[in-house]
Design a protein around this ligand. Sequence first.
Ligand code: ADP
Length: 632
Amino acid sequence: MAEVSLKHVYKVYPNGTKAVSDFNMHIRDKEFIVFVGPSGCGKSTTLRMIAGLEDVSAGELKIGDLTVNDVEPKDRDIAMVFQNYALYPHMTVYENIAFGLRLKKLPKDEIHKRVVSAAEILGITEYLGKKPKEMSGGQRQRVALGRALVREPKVMLLDEPLSNLDAKLRTQMRAEISKLHQKLQTTFIYVTHDQVEAMTMGTRIVVMKNGFVQQIDTPKNLYNYPANKFVAGFIGTPQMNFFGGTLLKTGDEVTIDFGAAGAKITVPYAMLYKAQPKFLNGKTPVCIGIRAEDITLAPDGAAEGKTLIKVAVSHKEELGNETLVYGNINVGGDVYGENGSIIFKYSGGRDIQAGDVVKVSFNLDRLHLFDEETERSVLPRIPEYNYLECTVKEGKLTALGGEFDLPGAVKCPDGDYDLLVPTDAITFGKGVKAQTESCEDINGARLAALNIGGKRVYAVNDGCAEGAAVSVGFDFKKITLMSDGETVVSPMPDKNAIDCKFVKRKIVENEEVNGKTVRRKTVRFGFEIEGEFFGVSDAVSQKIFAALGIKNSLSSSLRLECGADGLTVCENGVAATAEETLDYGAEKFLKCRVGEREVFVATDKEYSGAVRVLPDFGKVGLVETTRDIKII
Ligand code: ADP
């Protein structure tokens, strides 16, 4: 039994194909994880890296407590089942299952015990004496599973194991593999391009596209809260309906305009609290998504309301228990056209015919909205910012009905501003009175919906409790103030970047031996920053060599990354110029320049002019800039 963790894992093939980019995931013991996505998205490559059949180009791969980047496949405690089950035709089922254990030279009685037990679990005991050619495809795949099982692996890896089987057998084997997982209580990682397989088997699913992870979540959350249009379209059949349109907020209502398709509905603004204001201006293009099962046929004589949409029916598919109705919401236009096309499910008794114009309503709780440009959800489960208004006057900021002392670091002329406060920059303790309306645990973070004088504010805070009265303030180093679309106050960057190279230096050191001075030449590896050398520990060097290879390590352009607390002002540091001290009240930072870059150092001392700042090389992140790969 084991956990598997992937940290900033990349795969770049020798021909330059970047098959996997920055894969990060912690797979818990006993999980059934499915990697899903269209062909070529990098799911097999990721699985093969875990198996050890492909080298990891960069990043850290752990099985249990062991970093396995350079551990041989056979020593990884994994077993893999492939699409092509490749049984030995001349051997019996028993011999096929026992083969790997014989190679490992396990005692005969131990082999026998394991083979018999695996055959029982898989229901193939009666076939143990048969040859593979006497068995069906499903039975052969079971033998392949048996061959993996007897190795008693910590992690089972399965690469499209069912895609050679016909549809009926696939459904049956799907259930059997799920049962097997229950029985074995082992970590399973399963690759498939089939979203139904993913949804029915996975405890969590990783949706991938073009080498990038799109979303990692439970099947239910992927279906209910797709993070982007790709995931929304990939999960669920029939595919989610998508329409181009805009959103316009007027008072407490928002009009959803389906653009060229002609339809419009009006919804309460409360539904769109999480949306950025720029999406509600009636201009920014959005993609409106709704699933076929979230559309309801309205009664024949339903009065035109704010939420009814007309659909011209083009055709239908009877599925027995329900009907799939195809049509177009552009009732005056081409009923078969792409623009405005819609599919909805219907299971009532009314007879709908091609050519009819019917009215439908959307289940508004299940409406999805995406940014047409980035395809990201307009209603993310954890919104990035709260969009507030504020007034600054004589060093005080008034917002949400309260007055806050502006710390010295926030400098701006008196006036009215748009105030952007990240959800993790709402502080609890002092400030304006707020009521916690609801709390939600979302993928490890706790989101509070606060009511502050009638205004909705979201805060990520582990300590929130539903119904609690709290006082809230702002973490001023994270806020943005804008006036007429221009940024007047920027947040302090949460990451410093420093350009460097990894270099080798010959160092001559004097050593006292028996009262004599001996000159000793050694080679040290370290970073060259602004022309100066900074030696690093062997552990750091090893990580860089492992990620880039020895030759490439010494010629690559690199970027060090660290937070303000990863730098200290120190005599043996990198030459820098102190520019100003930023006073955020409880925290103070020194803003200084290293080469072309501005960096921020956590310190409560005042400095000016030439200083030296030293990164904590044991803790920094490191990016290879040419291929944009995080290597530490
Ligand atoms: P999937 O399993 O999602 O279908 P793969 O992981 O097999 O995708 O492939 C991801 C990408 O890497 C694809 O663009 C594929 O063409 C490329 N690729 C796979 N194997 C190699 C290889 N040995 N050399 C170069 N490119 C490869």
